[in-house]
Write a protein that binds this ligand. Structure first.
Ligand code: SF4
Length: 928
């Protein structure tokens, strides 16, 4: 039994079955497969198992549907062809894919909620004439708007106004029904209970449902009319009878219906005085995981596990913590039971796919293959037997040794120039064929990922003649795969809170119960305007997630005895939010024994080692790559970013620039800032590239403004990754670029000397021996007017433009706010030292802080505190005045880097660790 104190909810069903006088099988209908697994683990007798059939509601409805579901890609491909005719518009399938998916979701929603076709059509036509404000009150509007991020779809929305959307919906629906095929909502809508099939069961038992869509409820109602039905609701009076508790939102609606009414019990276990709820504030997201995993290893005085796997569950919301959680659990020998969505992009198979795509590109373009082959072999190594042999074979093939033949080299060297999908299918099928026996979580996960990928590529190949690299990678990256471990009796359950229905455990660990993380905010694109959604009664995903999560949380609390709710403390590196509202509510609306803990009660005591890298011969060798040698052409150089990394954290510099451990680091506030910066730089470079050497007057500059839309479109098209908030970025960039051109216009005339200018220059150091170190960088733009050369650097991130002194540019405690100025100043200094220290022209470091462009009094450049008046700052117009202190400080910094007696140490500033890709190596994510 997975609970000790109270009987689990599903045991009531067994009692019911035992009590009933049965001569036929009963059909048990559950909300999820997990609840079936749990139920079957309670059935210990073979006869009991034989006397019931268990189905999920989805399986049950599909059995009665006259039409069969099609894969999403097939549906999209059909919809694509139909949309071309109905909307009289040509575009590629890849262009259609994104908005086609939204259309498909809308159609599915319409059928799932039983909307009437003619009513829908009338509403859409009427909608054209109405304004949003006439429908909804302003408070609601904010919440509705969250549900609809139509940005990139806006252009398409114009195509679908009035009759077009209903027309497309009806034509698509008819064409599918004609072939007896459909999407899930349509299959549900076409389902009719088959009396013959239903008659084979003595009783239909519907178990532990919460939210039922209109089409599901209609189907159940039809079953009730022709069969003996029993309903079991898993509820507690604590939330069911409190109209303000959203955990009971859907159940209160069911209870109000006549045909459900009688089946509603009102037990209450929730406020059991023996129950204990710990609210545990952890220092970081990963710290919670480590603490839970440590708790799972704790023993009682009798040497037994304190939290036996069979009575314990870990509950998550979303997939954020699955990667560290599975990583930590893989070190224990505890079997797991779970069925979770796992981000495909977090698997090694995804990285392997990216390498395989690069290799394919290299084979098609006739480029050197060695580096891609080496990467591929390294990534395949844990999965494929005899990878060394394959590597040898490919080596022979690359050196044109015809006497040596191998399957692997034939496939991967792509001698026959296969198209992308065929190439990937063959290569991945080879890996799958030779995949080692998966005997741990890591291998099992990647094996599942490989199978998932193969299936996905098969689906693409069936619907598309060709597929671009960007399309493939973007689609695969956003894919979620199912991670399934099947040990329902002995395993530790890991469950998603909204899929935890009917499951009960003695001990429960909730993870990441922070506001904004539990539940995760949902975004929902839709062509159905939000006011119309509201009028038609279509649900909003964020509200559904909120209500379902609340039910999942309170329901799990009902019969459990020890509940550990982990959340990350405010101001930690991981989050700025706080304990979520469910926990807050629990503290005032329940009579439970709630124990608040500032620190982790089951925290591991292991101390975190300090890392310090001594500069031994090996490390000095790595550093010597930056020195000027005789053959200096290919020598590495230190960039401003490298020096900033050193000032921020010497160890981080060592990881990035010496060990070259290049890891992906996501900006704390999403990818938007990076994309904004990249696109802004790209468009500005395109603007001025044709005018190098040309003096531009105001009129010429202002003409650039008319090109903003076109250049922006080109820059976005060249982008390999999808924009994270396309409409927002597009609008913002248009405004910023227009403002920038405006500003340039007011500075005209000027002569463009270069854009994206690569510059490399050595600096002489005197240590015990004379050394020269290469420094380099890429200057965004250089222009000149009236003997003033501007070294222009556009900055999109947050940065300062005022500095107290040149020395403070080198102060590690100020590097976070000063790095943009440091970089621009270094560029100006490099330029001056390369093109003439004695030139007549002034060299001005010209930092343009893009986010400040709209400030009324904003003036680009760098401003330094006046030595005679500490309150005033003056613009640096020529670096000559500051070149000497800058050069001295720069040399001192480089001498420190090259000093064998000074080790690479860790920063003391934990905020820097929060953005650092090596935070796991340093374990700085558990000490904040
Ligand atoms: S985690 Fe912190 S200490 Fe470690 S390398 Fe990164 S910044 Fe330095």
């Amino acid at each position: 039994m997975k609970t000790l104190t109270h009987q689990p909810f599903l045991a009531q069903i067994i009692d019911h079955l035992d009590r009933s006088n049965r001569n036929q099988q009963s059909l048990l209908i559950f909300p999820t497969q997990l609840s079936i697994d749990y139920f079957q683990s309670l059935l210990n007798k073979k006869e009991e198992q034989k006397s019931v059939t268990c189905l999920t509601l989805h399986q049950f409805i599909m059995m009665h549907s006259s039409i069969k579901p099609l894969p999403t890609l097939t549906l999209l491909s059909r919809l694509y062809r139909l949309a071309e005719q109905v909307l009289d518009r040509k575009e590629s399938f890849e262009q259609f894919y994104g908005w086609g998916l939204t259309l498909l979701q809308d159609f599915n929603g319409i059928d799932t909620h039983f909307l009437n076709d003619s009513g829908l059509c009338a509403s859409f036509i009427q909608q054209k004439k109405k304004t949003v404000d006439t429908f909804v009150d302003q408070n609601l509007l904010g919440s509705l708007q969250k549900a609809r991020t139509l940005s990139q779809l806006q252009e398409k929305e114009e195509l679908l106004v009035g009759q077009q959307f209903p027309l497309l919906y009806e034509s698509f629906r008819e064409s599918l029904i004609e072939k007896q095929e459909g999407y899930e909502g349509l299959c549900y809508r076409m389902a009719q209970p088959l009396p013959k099939l239903i008659a084979t069961y003595q009783e239909l038992i519907f178990i532990g449902f919460n939210l039922l869509t209109a089409v599901e409820e209609h189907f159940i109602q039809q079953c009730k009319a022709i069969a003996s039905t029993t309903f079991f609701w898993d509820v507690d009076a604590h939330y069911l009878d409190h109209p303000n508790n959203i955990a009971g939102h859907y159940l209160r609606q069911h209870r109000a219906k006549k045909w459900f009414q009688k089946s509603f019990p009102t037990p209450t276990y929730l406020n059991d005085p023996g129950k204990k709820v710990w609210l545990i504030e952890a220092s970081s997201m990963v710290a919670q995981v480590q603490a839970v995993v440590a708790a799972l290893q704790e023993k009682t005085n009798k040497g037994l596990p304190k939290f036996p796997a069979t009575q314990t569950a870990i509950v998550v919301s979303g997939s954020d913590l699955l990667i560290p959680l599975l990583d930590q659990l893989s070190k224990l020998s505890i079997p797991l039971h779970c069925k979770l969505e796992y981000p495909f992009s977090a698997t090694v198979i995804y990285t392997l796919l990216v390498q395989l795509v690069k290799l394919w590109e290299a084979t098609m373009e006739g480029n050197q293959l060695e580096i891609y082959i080496a990467n591929l072999l390294a990534l395949c190594d844990p999965f494929v037997k005899d990878m060394t042999q394959s590597g040898r074979a490919i080596g022979h093939a690359l050196s044109n040794d015809r006497s040596y033949q191998s399957e692997a080299s034939d496939i991967w060297l792509n001698k026959t120039h296969k198209d992308l999908l065929s190439y990937l299918k063959e290569g991945l099928a080879y890996i799958d064929h030779y995949f080692v026996e998966p005997d741990g979580l890591f291998l099992a996960l990647n094996k599942m990922a490989l199978r998932h990928l193969l299936k996905y590529i098969d689906g693409l190949a069936a619907e598309m003649d060709s597929c671009s690299v960007a399309f493939l990678l973007n689609r695969v990256k956003e894919n979620k795969m199912c991670f399934h471990q099947n040990h329902p009796i002995t395993g530790l359950y890991i469950v998603e809170v909204s899929a935890s229905y009917n499951l009960d455990f003695e001990h429960i660990f909730f993870l990441n119960m922070n506001e904004g993380a539990f539940p995760k905010p949902m975004h929902h694109d839709s062509f159905i305007p939000y006011d119309l959604r509201y009028t038609l009664g279509l649900p909003f995903l964020d509200k559904v997630a909120e209500n379902s999560t609340a039910y999942g949380f309170y329901r799990l609390l009902q019969r459990a005895q020890n509940i550990y709710c982990n959340y990350v403390q405010k101001n930690s590196l991981d989050t700025s939010s706080e304990m979520n509202r469910l926990l807050m509510q629990l503290t005032f609306d329940s009579k439970l024994k709630i124990i608040q803990s500032d620190h982790c009660i089951y925290s591991p005591t292991k101390s975190i080692p300090v890392i310090s890298i001594q500069k031994d011969d090996g490390v000095m060798q790595l550093l010597n790559r930056f020195l000027v040698k005789e053959s200096s052409a290919a020598a590495s150089s230190l960039t401003p970013s490298a020096l900033i990394a050193y000032l921020s954290c010497p160890l981080q510099f060592y990881f990035i620039y010496l060990l070259q451990l290049k890891q992906q680091v996501w900006p704390k506030h999403g990818a938007e800032a990076v994309q904004l910066g990249t696109l802004f730089h790209r468009v500005m470079a395109q603007f001025y590239q044709p005018f190098i050497g040309v003096e531009m007057d105001k009129e010429m500059v202002m003409q650039l403004a008319s090109n903003i839309k076109v250049k922006l479109k080109e820059a976005i098209a060249a982008q390999r990754t999808e924009l994270s908030a396309p409409m927002l970025l597009h609008t913002l960039l248009e405004k910023l670029l227009a403002r920038m051109v405006d500003l340039d216009g007011s500075d005209a005339p000027f002569t463009i000397l270069g854009v994206e200018v690569a510059i490399k220059q050595p600096i002489l150091l005197n240590l015990d021996i004379v050394r020269e170190v290469w420094l380099s960088g890429v200057i965004d733009r250089i222009d000149s007017s009236n003997h003033l050369i501007r070294i222009i650097d556009y900055k999109t991130g947050l940065s300062n433009y005022k500095v107290s002194s040149i020395a403070s540019l080198f102060d590690p405690t100020q590097v976070k706010k000063n790095k943009a100025m440091f970089q621009t100043f270094l560029y100006a200094w490099l330029f001056k030292s390369l093109y003439g220290a004695h030139g007549l022209d002034q060299v001005m470091p010209y930092l343009i802080h893009i986010r400040s462009l709209f400030l009324a009094d904003y003036k680009p450049g760098i401003f330094i505190q006046q030595s005679d008046n500490g309150k005033k700052y003056q613009q640096i117009k020529d670096i000559m005045e500051y070149a000497q202190p800058f050069e001295e400080a720069l040399k001192a910094l480089l001498l420190e880097i090259f000093n064998p007696a000074i080790p690479f140490v860790q920063t003391q500033d934990l905020e820097i660790c929060g953005y650092c890709p090596y935070v796991r190596i340093c374990q700085r994510d558990v000490v904040a």
